[in-house]
Design a protein around this ligand. Structure first.
Ligand code: AMP
Length: 542
């Protein structure tokens, strides 16, 4: 016997319909690439997205065609998302921070037909164009007045859009059709295409809006600093319109001063980004003695959020930190750290012990930790193993079958992360499996050491890597960027760490560097550091 409820496909564009109908005048504020602050609302964004769908249809774009974007977070990029998916085409967000050859690879691999790009990326596109034979058109997200001179054909977005009269309707199709594509950053092997469906995006956004997740509401003013090209923008471009939260789009400027300016003038209540963004903001706040009176919550993920950062946001600025874990393959939100009743009354260091964890999964994400034989491990908050997840918004395969079968016998996806879980279901990442430091018989968590090191007042950023060692196989090396004007002694830093971890986990040495290299999504590039500090001598010379 079947239920007798309506068949209402979970199509993503219905989210924008909802926002435009019930939250029509809610603001969408953007810092445009041209420099100005632009204001619009959900009703207007829907009208323009619909025109975009109409124009794409006129260009011959059909269900399943891939359309790429190379853009910052602005209302125009948002219109692209909804306009592309509204006719069943697939919105492929390309990360402009990738290496040129990776951009060429993924645009060709995805067989993108049209590219929407911001003015800032025109020089990249010009350079790569000869290697992109399948790309039919480049539309620049600006008007004719701001269109740069170029040797390649560039179409100004505003004039292109104005050719549509808006007399058009979204299409309706199976909710399992592809809606978006995002390639993994390819630190191991070639980048692989993760393909989100309409259904997975809608379910994921509904999940994200739970109170123990992002908990957005129509009273919120959400600023996604996390770029729209990073892992589905952590679902924010679907989750915010779904509840009618205002959006503040920071455009190309992510330095501390620019982020602070928008947080303050636009009265942002919740925001989200990787730790490096917040490091810049906190440095700016400290330097200029500023406060954050409007901001209530900051979502921090993409890499482990240091304990010192959680503490500073809470103690100095009265802002709640929500530590989040996820990956491109998980849509991406997998776990968030909000306090369940078991932990809600904790205070001080004990509370920080919990908030430092990556948190617990919502309904629709199931997780397990296993050993190398795929045996489930205990949830005791200590025993760590491979973190595996499954759910309706978790990838089961990559585009074109790259990488083969992804799931184990129980349908779980191996995240490549190493983690432990406590009895209340709080997960804590100890490492990427390839970054774990194996010293003698022990595994040393690089993330734990990094978190402790950045708690030292003279340390701006820290990375810990394994360096080959004759006797122990590997030993940890601490790589440090000192805060401006500070020059901490090596021993002082090692003593600071020794007070907090087992003796064998204390790094053997410290290397001071001007800068720690980051990947295109803001993670520490451990591979580059391992290359540089291949031997203990290289570290001693630094
Ligand atoms: P990406 O697909 O680029 O978002 O990268 C996903 C990977 O980032 C995960 O598999 C983790 O290794 C790492 N990651 C994401 N969030 C966190 C976090 N809160 N703490 C530690 N690692 C994280």
């Amino acid at each position: 016997m079947h239920g007798l409820m309506q068949d209402w496909p979970l199509n993503c564009h219905r989210i924008l319909d909802h926002a435009a109908t019930y939250h029509s005048e809610r603001e969408i504020v953007s810092r445009l690439v041209e420099g100005e602050i632009h204001r619009t609302d959900y009703r207007t964004v829907r009208e323009r997205s619909l025109k975009l769908s109409q124009r794409l249809t006129a260009e011959g774009v059909r269900l399943g065609d891939r359309i790429a974007t190379l853009g910052w977070n602005t209302m125009r990029h948002l219109e692209c998302w909804y306009g592309i998916i509204g006719i069943g085409a697939v919105c492929h967000t390309v990360n402009p921070r990738l290496f040129a050859e990776q951009i060429v690879y993924i645009i060709n691999h995805a067989e993108d037909r049209i590219l929407f790009t911001d003015i800032s990326f025109v020089p990249i596109v010009e350079k790569l164009m000869p290697q992109l034979p399948k790309l039919e058109k480049v539309i620049v997200l600006t008007d004719a007045a701001h269109l740069p001179d170029s040797e390649i054909d560039l179409v100004p977005y505003e004039e292109w859009l104005a050719e549509a009269d808006g007399d058009f309707a979204w299409q309706s199709f199976d909710e399992n059709c592809a809606a978006g594509m995002c390639y993994t950053s390819g630190t191991t092997g070639v980048p692989k295409g993760v393909v989100y469906s309409h259904r997975s995006n809608v379910l994921h956004a509904m999940t994200a809006n739970q109170v123990d997740m992002l908990g957005l509401s129509s009273r919120d003013r959400m600023m996604p600093v996390v770029p729209m090209f990073h892992a589905n923008c952590w679902s924010i471009c679907y989750a915010a319109p779904m509840v009618g939260a205002a959006l503040v789009m920071p455009g190309p400027k992510m330095d501390g001063a620019s982020i602070y300016e928008l947080l303050d003038t636009e009265k942002v209540t919740i925001t989200a980004a990787v730790p490096t963004v917040w490091m810049m903001l906190l440095a700016h706040l400290e330097e200029h003695d500023l406060k954050l009176p409007h901001l209530q919550r900051v979502v921090i993920g993409g890499s482990a959020c240091p304990r010192a950062m959680i503490e500073k946001f809470q103690k100095v600025y009265d802002v709640e930190v929500i530590h989040a874990w996820g990956m491109t393959e998980t849509s991406p939100l997998g776990t968030l750290c909000t306090l369940k009743p078991e932990y809600a009354s904790l205070a001080g260091e004990e509370r920080l012990d919990i908030l430092e964890k990556q948190g617990h999964p919502p309904f629709t994400v199931e997780m397990k930790i296993t050993d190398d034989m795929d045996k489930r491990l205990a949830w005791d908050g200590k025993t760590f193993g491979r973190l595996k997840v499954r759910g309706p918004a978790v990838a089961r395969a990559y585009f074109k079958g790259e990488g083969g079968t992804l799931l184990d016998e129980e349908g779980f996806f191996d995240t490549g992360d190493v983690a432990h879980v406590d009895r209340h279901g709080y997960m804590q990442i100890t490492d990427r499996s390839k970054d774990v430091i194996k010293s003698g018989g022990e595994w040393i968590s690089s993330i734990e050491l990094e978190n402790i090191a950045v708690g030292h007042p003279a340390v701006a950023e820290a990375a810990v890597i394994g360096v080959a060692h004759e006797k122990w196989g590997e030993r940890p090396l601490l790589v440090v960027v000192a805060k401006r004007g500070e020059s901490p002694a090596k021993q002082e830093l090692l003593d600071f760490i020794a007070a907090k971890v087992a003796k064998w986990a204390v790094p053997d040495d410290v290397a001071f560097v001007e800068e720690i290299p980051h990947t295109a999504t803001g993670k520490i590039q451990k591979m580059a550091l391992r290359e540089r500090f291949r031997s203990p001598e290289a570290a001693a010379d630094a």
